[in-house]
Design a protein around this ligand. Structure first.
Ligand code: UN1
Length: 513
């Protein structure tokens, strides 16, 4: 375990860690409840972390509010320059941080590196954005009037992130927020606190070197009471929450109750449609990465396959053969493609879902076992499962955060597949494999996929940061990351300026006094 110890040392993770940092200062340790975190990779203790109290939360928010007042006065391109330096610091620590992501969360090292790359990419994006926080200029209906809209910093942004993307989702939010002139307070998943604390350590030097006010990037480790406090807190105008639909509904309701803004990125039940005109080689590679990558724990993981009856048997056979050969094991070992699930509760969820779907009539055709032995000592390794099922099954309608792939069959036209694909409560990611332009364009049309992400000849997972990321229905409706997702981090103002000597009213109203 010496290499992991080195990684932890390099990233400033101690045996016992503080529960919050306001960017420049860490909290004291001790006198609070603590949590021990074990690696899903080998079941060993990583370190201990304090759990924040309500008082800690208050201190962090107050500091963020104060910091915001100064930070918003800095011109956006100068804020962008600091984000650029953060991107550079992340580049320097990419390998170590990728390793820690892998060790603490369980995704394979390649995917850990990919996640850190997403952080670097969003930094680059945010730097460019810092010179492009554009509003429109409109033509006024009144003479000698000018009208335009501008975007101002919003305030303190709360970020609640999930264990499965323990660092990238924070970067998507915090780097845009910082560029937009906001302060952010990050509550990472309590399952993966150390990757969060490591990020904080990585950026602290940059913040200090640039005299960034205290409180612009804060992190606070705590349980659900901290998330709840954030959702109910009027001092936090925007809460961005990534996680389960259940969590999102309660956060969304609490934020809505006080008419705050929420950005929700919740569950997916993502499908790939394979039509008779698909390139099967490409489809199979995409299906496997989508369904077993991150051990089925991406919100974009492929959960349903909607196969035309003419390709069903071929794809089924190819998948079963490929699944039998999947290298499952320690995520840090080269060659491993499938790491562990996050914890034993997730393993239970996996087993329960398989039992339930079989009781409904599902046919388990491969996988579904919990692995034992020294190599799998953490008890969180499973063999990815494939189940022949029907779309209307209760379990198929649900998002089980584990590697279970449901095979569904359609016949006739692509419309039938699209109807099946849309017939779930979630609406995050979707994809079609076809070389037929009519099918592809139909899938992307208004009557096509109802998801926030719709891909052609690409799987459901692994989106680039440049696009807006999120989805509809139970996925929550929020958009993070690229495109114009930044707008949610700012308050919009319409300005009308009269540079004449008359006071004409809009709509031609006469009001002579
Ligand atoms: C998530 O699982 O919450 O598209 C985010 C993807 C990644 C992000 C997933 N870029 O799979």
């Amino acid at each position: 375990n010496t290499t992991i110890q080195n990684v932890l040392n390099e990233l400033g993770i101690k045996e016992h860690n503080a529960c919050y940092s306001t960017g420049l200062k860490w909290a004291n340790t001790g006198s609070r409840e603590t949590k021990k975190i074990y690696s899903p990779a080998d079941g060993k203790l990583i370190a201990t972390v304090d759990m924040a109290t309500k008082e800690d939360y208050d201190t962090v928010i107050k500091t963020a509010q104060e910091g915001f007042k100064k930070w918003r006065t800095l011109p956006a391109p100068q804020r962008g320059e600091i984000v650029r330096q953060i991107g550079e610091a992340l580049r320097k620590h990419k390998d170590n941080l990728g390793r820690l992501v892998s060790y603490e969360m369980g995704k394979i090292h390649q995917e850990g590196l990919g996640e850190v790359q997403e952080m670097i990419d969003i930094c680059d994006f945010a730097v460019g954005l810092s010179r492009q926080l554009h509003g429109f200029t409109m033509h006024s209906e009144r003479p000698k009037h000018r009208m335009y809209d501008q975007y101002h910093p919003l305030g303190v942004v709360g970020i609640i992130s999930a264990f499965n993307f323990p660092v990238a989702v924070w970067a998507w939010n915090s780097m845009l927020a910082a560029t937009c002139g906001d302060a952010s307070v990050w509550k990472p998943s309590e399952k993966t606190p150390f990757t969060a604390l490591a990020c904080q350590n990585i950026i602290t030097d940059v913040l200090k070197a640039n005299d960034v006010p205290e409180g612009i990037f804060s992190v606070i480790v705590g349980d659900a009471t901290i998330g709840k406090a954030m959702a109910e807190d009027e001092r936090v105008p925007l809460v961005s929450a990534t996680g389960s639909t259940r969590m999102g509904k309660s956060v969304g309701a609490a934020v809505g109750q006080r008419l705050g803004r929420s950005l929700l990125e919740l569950g997916g039940n993502n499908a790939i449609i394979v039509t008779p005109e698909a390139d099967l080689e490409m489809a199979i590679r995409a299906i496997i990465f989508g369904s077993v990558g991150t051990c089925g724990q991406r919100c974009t993981s492929t959960r349903r396959l909607i196969l035309h009856d003419s390709v069903y048997d071929t794809i089924k056979e190819r998948l079963v053969n490929a699944y039998a050969k999947l290298p499952i094991g320690n995520p840090l070992e080269q060659g491993t493609l499938v790491g562990p699930l996050i914890d034993k509760d997730a393993v239970k969820g996996f087993e329960n879902a398989l039992t339930a779907v079989q009781a409904e009539g599902g046919n388990l055709i491969c996988g579904g076992k919990v692995l034992e032995g020294e190599k799998y000592a953490s008890g969180t390794y499973v063999t990815p499962a494939i189940v022949e099922a029907k779309n209307e099954y209760k379990m198929v309608q649900e998002e089980t955060f584990a590697p279970i792939l449901y095979l569904l069959k359609y016949s006739g036209e692509v419309e039938n597949a699209i109807a099946m694909q849309n017939d779930v409560r979630q609406g995050l990611s979707s994809s079609i494999f076809t070389k037929n332009m009519l099918e592809a364009e139909g899938f992307l049309a208004h009557w096509g996929s109802d998801c926030g992400i719709a891909n052609v000849n690409i799987g459901t997972s692994g989106a680039e940061i440049g696009g807006a990321f999120g989805g509809e229905k139970d996925t929550g409706g929020g958009r993070e990351s690229g495109s114009d997702a930044w707008k949610v981090y700012m308050r919009r103002q319409t300005n009308t300026i009269n540079y004449g000597t008359e006071l004409p009213l809009a709509q031609g109203i006469k009001f002579d006094i």
